[in-house]
Design a protein around this ligand. Structure first.
Ligand SMILES: *Cc1c(COP(=O)(O)O)cnc(C)c1O
Length: 395
């Protein structure tokens, strides 16, 4: 028998990762994903979660999930166009559209799925997609699935975006500009008002992936479009239900005609089973919580300001962040990984992010502050940053 099943080509590739020092094992979480967690058997302050508002363990969401399971079971049982479209899926989309102040919403099984499905459905041969160079992997993959031509503009560089529009607009039917709302590695916010102005000047459409803006920016977490008061001027507003909303799922908010089209051409919607009832029940309750009070979003921003100010006072470089995403830029890759390891030993988990995820020499530990942290926990984390930073000669 041949030894084809040894997958020699993959063994070689894995060995290459090991030779480059980028082979890794997954950290194992042995508790809920909250402010203090048990990770690899050790209790630590968690500064790496996207559970911005602490909703993943909110009692009201847990109760709503359990109630949905009792009524509808654990699985939806089919894709939505056949018989997986439950009344709670419909209720969720109506509520989300109201929350986002848009005509209509279509929900997908994840934010990733949403980008993979929507971009290809709303563009065609003869169209052009113009994408920020730092856009998320799911946008890059989504764009690859489209038959449209592609162009990239320099990160948040409006002159470069205009250059592309000026050069290419006349050669295409529809032009779609795609940007993250909040960029996840640096925490900077897209220059959305300028992007929208340019789009209108050149008759292009706009598509904002607000995965890190959903639940974080805007009134009660309504997102980047709300933050800049651009309602009605962004054509496709993508959000995730997996980060600040605390559950799982993604969605696109926009016009009625957009939804009508996606009902017929949104491939993950057509060919992948709909969100399970527990998730839908919990998301509906999350939206109720956010629409009743802005307490959680205010707590998130208070905590973010507190933590950033303290780290800045210690002398750390927290980059260009305008959001609760707080990069602590260390620079050299090996030193960044060592810093994260020492923080973990001292009681804080903040994951290291290095090349090729970010440019060479800009390694950082990325801290995600949440509404679930107490001031004492954040103050303790700052003490640990000070202690480890001094030990390593970073301060
Ligand atoms: C996290 C993220 C996604 C993926 O969202 P999921 O719901 O986790 O699949 C998509 N886009 C951006 C910009 C993200 O940060």
């Amino acid at each position: 028998m041949s030894n084809v099943h040894e997958l020699k080509y993959l063994q070689d590739s894995v060995q290459e990762l090991k030779d480059q020092g980028v082979y890794r094992k997954l950290p194992v979480l042995e508790s809920a994903n909250q402010a203090v967690v048990v990770l690899n058997g050790k209790e630590v302050i968690n500064l790496s979660s996207n559970n911005y508002l602490g909703l993943a363990t909110h009692p009201r969401l847990k109760k709503a999930a359990i109630e949905a399971v009792e009524k509808y079971g654990v699985g939806a049982g089919a894709v939505r166009p056949i018989i997986g479209n439950m009344d709670i899926h419909e209720e969720l989309e109506v509520l989300l559209a109201k929350f986002k102040k848009e005509e209509a919403v279509m929900v997908f099984q994840s934010g990733f799925n949403c980008n993979a499905g929507v971009i290809q459905a709303i563009t065609n041969k003869g169209d052009l997609i113009i994408s920020d160079e730092l856009n998320h992997a799911s946008i890059i993959d989504g764009v690859k699935l489209s038959k449209a031509d592609k162009a990239v503009f320099k990160h948040s560089d409006m002159a470069d975006l205009e250059r592309v529009l000026k050069e290419k607009r006349k050669d295409y039917n529809t032009v779609l500009i795609i940007t993250d709302g909040v960029f996840s590695m640096d925490g900077d916010v897209a220059k959305l008002p300028e992007i929208v102005e340019l789009a209108e000047k050149y008759e292009a459409l706009t598509y904002v992936d607000d995965a890190h803006g959903s639940g974080v920016l805007g009134e009660g977490g309504r997102g980047t479009v709300d933050h800049f008061n651009l309602h009605g001027r962004v054509d496709f507003s993508i959000g995730t239900l997996s980060k600040a909303i605390g559950v799982i799922g993604g969605y696109v908010a926009g016009s009625n005609v957009m939804k009508e089209w996606l009902l017929h051409r949104g491939r993950p919607f057509l060919f992948s089973t709909s969100l399970p009832p527990a998730a839908v029940g919990a998301i509906i309750e999350a939206l109720n919580v956010l629409m009743e009070s802005t307490e959680l979003t205010e707590k998130l921003w208070d905590n973010a300001r507190f933590f950033k100010e303290k780290l800045g006072k210690l002398g750390y470089d927290t980059g260009a962040s305008e959001t609760p995403i707080t990069p602590v830029i260390i620079g050299e890759e090996g030193k960044t990984v060592e810093f994260s390891k020492r923080l973990m030993e001292a009681g804080v988990f903040a994951s290291p992010i290095v090349f090729p995820t970010v440019p060479k020499g800009t390694g950082r530990v990325r801290c995600m502050v949440t509404a679930g942290h107490t001031e004492e926990q954040l103050a303790r984390a700052v003490e640990i940053f000070e202690q480890v930073g001094k030990e390593m000669g970073l301060l």
